[in-house]
Design a binder for this molecule. Structure first.
Ligand code: PA5
Length: 418
């Protein structure tokens, strides 16, 4: 596998026997999850069946957009945009259209500035909404349609609007009524579990990413979870973090020394926050990108309240090099770095942080990742989704619903007269 999990730094926090017993329990839950019937219609992420939906159409339309568009607007919020955004921000080749995000805010400043950015450009949009009831994507779709009407005929608009929604939803009807391209948001897949469905695949294809390599990564992790019930990273990670949670480590920091993972961290926060934070339970998920955040959160991580565990995304090969040339005459006192590569400096900082934080009382788990590419993104998505499902079950909550999110909406809709 291109992604591995190293738990050796937990030795001073967990007994080997208790970890083994908890891993066996987690593996049992995982086996059940993978084998049971999907009676509630929430387990579609367990296989790649739903990813295959309309793959040809995805490739064809993505090619057209890459050829004809200056800007591609992804309209979606939460699970409907985060996975694609995480990959695009990390891997985008910058040859295709500019990728722009809407449907994820209510800020008039952001919306109006984004519309201004579209002026004079050839624009395509993808509206991603599972039930098409969420205010942000629904309202931004209207604003974008009105903006597009100024520049495009009805036929041109039909060509330029793609909608990703569920069969039977109002969005599907709208697509039929107006001739928009319709991509399926599979019904038995929740937003935050939708990375390898058309929800994530289509925007990634438009951004020029290798979706075959991505799906190969997902498949590899799926096989690993099915074939190595107790040894796969999903189960081991779920067991370790749940055990740590039981010992009072109820905040988890996802940390990486690669800023390329900044948006992946947002996806991860949503996955665990929305899946576990219920019934007054749940690990509080947070994220840091080092070394920058060592200069803000580093103090707390080292020496603050001891309720923190930390999960590192450690990249073995950064596929990049930046060497510091000697400059003795300048006298800046940084000569100790002469001829060093930032690949080496970053690793030294990472290793030092791991040692210091472990010593400071923070249990650290480490995902070791060969390289940041489509394949490892596929593996990470599947491992974390599997871990989250198992972790939620270990905690005794339903990792697939999000009833709590409705509470603020009730007052907001009342205030808006819905
Ligand atoms: O994971 C989830 O189910 C949520 O975060 C949704 O993805 C998010 O609320 C957006 O929902 P929708 O696609 O229906 O607009």
């Amino acid at each position: 596998m291109s992604v591995k999990l190293d738990l050796k730094r937990l030795e001073s926090f967990l007994q080997q026997e208790e970890l083994a017993a908890h891993t066996a329990k987690a593996a049992q839950i995982s086996r059940q999850l993978l084998a049971c019937e999907d009676t509630d219609g929430v387990l579609g992420w367990r296989t790649l069946k739903h990813s295959a939906l309309q793959l040809d159409l995805i490739r064809q339309k993505a090619q057209e957009i890459r050829r004809d568009a200056d800007a591609f607007v992804i309209v979606g919020v939460g699970g409907s945009n985060q996975a694609a955004r995480a990959m695009i921000e990390a891997l985008e080749d910058r040859d295709g259209p500019e990728i722009i995000y809407l449907g994820n805010t209510l800020s008039p400043y952001y919306i109006s500035h984004t519309l201004k950015k579209l002026e004079g450009k050839s624009v395509y949009i993808d509206i991603i909404a599972k039930n098409f009831e969420t205010l942000e994507p629904g309202s931004h779709f209207r604003i974008l349609r009105q903006w597009m009407k100024k520049y495009y005929t009805k036929d041109e608009m039909a060509k330029r609007i793609i909608v990703t929604g569920t069969i039977g939803s109002r969005l599907e009807e709208i697509a039929k009524e107006n001739g928009y391209t319709f991509l399926q948001f599979p019904v038995p897949v929740g937003g935050r579990y939708s990375a390898f469905t058309p929800v994530g695949l289509f925007p990634c294809a438009v951004a020029g990413l290798d979706i075959d390599a991505f799906l190969a990564g997902v498949q590899a992790a799926m096989d690993d979870c099915r074939n190595n019930a107790e040894e796969n990273p999903a189960v081991r990670y779920a067991a370790a973090r749940n055990l740590l949670y039981g010992k009072g480590f109820d905040i988890e920091m996802l940390a990486s020394f690669e800023p390329q993972y900044a948006f992946f961290a947002k996806w991860w926060i949503q996955l665990f926050g929305e899946s576990e934070g219920k019934e007054k339970l749940g690990v509080f998920p947070a994220a840091a990108i080092y070394s920058e955040d060592l200069h803000s959160m580093g103090q707390y991580m080292q020496d603050g309240r001891r309720a923190l565990m930390q999960t590192f995304l450690k990249v073995e090969d950064p596929k990049a090099s930046a060497v510091i040339e000697p400059d003795a005459a300048f006298g800046d006192r940084f000569d100790y770095l002469d001829n060093m590569d930032f690949a080496q400096i970053n690793k030294a900082a990472e290793q030092a942080t791991l040692i210091a934080h472990t010593k400071g009382g923070v249990p650290c788990m480490v995902f070791e990742i060969d390289q940041i590419n489509e394949k490892t993104f596929g593996e990470l998505y599947y491992y974390f989704m599997g871990a989250c499902a198992v972790s939620g079950k270990l905690m005794g909550v339903n990792p697939f619903d999000q009833e709590g999110v409705e509470e603020y909406k009730r007052s907001m809709f009342a205030a808006l007269g819905k």
